[in-house]
Design a protein around this ligand. Structure first.
Ligand SMILES: [Zn+2]
Length: 99
């Protein structure tokens, strides 16, 4: 697992840990090393859970679209309903947001 330069994951909530573990394992299964491209830093939409340490972004640019769709589905299934997994153009966003 790599953390992209400039990305701050210090202060990420401990409840995000399963997302890192599951993503790391899935990325390996699909032949890539996981790269965290978004944490607490940066500018996000107002109310974004990134500001609270409840969201992470994972790089997907080395995958084909079909694989990205599969990964989004697998992450959601493995993490369960307390997490939201959202596919974006350049990354998959995962947040802890129990209903
Ligand atoms: Zn995000």
């Amino acid at each position: 697992m790599q953390i992209k330069d400039g990305v701050n994951i210090q202060g990420i909530d401990i409840r995000m840990r399963p997302a890192l573990i599951v993503a790391d394992e899935l990325w390996k299964r699909f032949g890539q090393e996981l790269v965290v491209t978004g944490g607490l830093e940066g500018v996000h939409s107002a109310g974004s859970l990134h500001y609270y340490g409840f969201a992470l972004d994972f790089r997907t640019r080395y995958f084909e679209l079909g694989t990205i769709i599969d990964l989004t589905k697998l992450l959601q299934e493995n993490l369960g309903a307390d997490f939201d997994v959202i596919q974006h153009r350049s990354h998959i966003h995962v947040e802890y947001d129990p209903k």
